[in-house]
Design a protein around this ligand. Structure first.
Ligand SMILES: [Zn+2]
Length: 285
């Protein structure tokens, strides 16, 4: 039994989350013995035009009121014992959002955060330089160092602009769909930039997400979480590690959490973080 919280999950309210529902993912987390799950549906105000070539552009900002009403309904079911007595006592269903950082969305992002209450806000970059890296053109004419470096620079610049968030999501997302043999973002390749990012998180009490979806196989490539980043994070005084599966299907909830909990323990981390009502909670692993 563990008390993991999965801090990053998509539901039917995300434009790409149609393969699961809040209720199904709650059941999956309860079945794994978790302490809770947070639904962080997509909020990307800016969607690059080039995406239209590959799929029709849809609104990528979820309906906050509808999502929160559904979370309240499912929380009620949990409390009534619909998912078992143990879950009724301890399991939490949390309200989150994944804010897509982009220069043109700065004001809109601030507005949606001010107009609603969330348990937890993830800030992340899905789009940059008017492209969607999932579809390739972002990497054209760039070597791996430029492609990964520009992503990290964008992430740092836009996080500083937003300020109002709890967890930095998938800092190495850009490696997932990259065409280079270089599979991972490693500390030794961007020491100054990664230090700046880690220091910003630490000084501002924000969490560093380990996005377990990033470390699975994509075609012939399997990105790795660079141990030197964890070691440096600890050296600088960081201790808010958050495990997020980035699930878009119920069977992905909590994927490889046992492995990554053991992995971070090896470096001396003893607790994992999540946020409730925008306040940090730490759970011993
Ligand atoms: Zn994301």
């Amino acid at each position: 039994m563990n008390m993991f919280f999965d801090t990053h999950n998509h539901s039917q309210f995300s434009f790409d989350g149609g393969a699961t529902t809040v209720e199904q993912s709650v059941k999956a987390a309860v079945d794994k013995g978790f302490g809770g799950i947070c639904f962080t549906d997509h909020c990307d105000y800016f969607v690059p035009k080039m995406k239209e070539e590959f799929e029709p552009i849809v609104c990528e900002v979820f309906d906050v009121k509808a999502q929160q009403a559904e979370i309240d309904r499912v929380s009620g079911l949990v409390a009534e014992g619909a998912f078992g007595r143990a879950a009724a006592k301890k399991f939490k269903v949390l309200k989150g959002i994944e804010v897509g950082l982009y220069e043109d969305s700065r004001e809109l992002n601030k507005n949606i955060l001010a107009a609603n209450s969330f348990d937890q806000v993830i800030a992340s970059v899905h789009y940059l330089e008017d492209t969607d890296p999932y579809f390739g053109p972002y990497y054209k004419g760039k070597n791996w160092k430029e492609a990964y470096g520009r992503y990290l620079e964008t992430l740092l610049r836009e996080m500083r602009k937003l300020e109002d968030f709890d967890i930095m999501g998938h800092f190495d997302y850009i490696v997932r769909y990259a065409p280079y043999p270089k599979e991972s973002i490693q500390y030794r390749d961007f020491p100054g930039l990664i230090d700046e990012i880690l220091k910003y998180l630490i000084e501002n009490g924000k969490g560093l997400e380990i996005n377990t979806k990033t470390y699975r196989q994509y075609g012939l490539r399997t990105p790795q979480l660079d141990r030197d980043i964890l070691i440096r994070y600890m050296e600088l005084g960081g201790d808010i590690l958050c495990l997020g599966s980035d699930s878009h299907k119920a069977d992905q909830v909590g994927a490889r959490f046992d492995y990554f909990a053991q992995y971070v323990k090896m470096f001396g981390f003893r607790r994992l973080g999540h946020f409730e009502n925008r306040r940090l909670k730490m759970v011993t692993i």
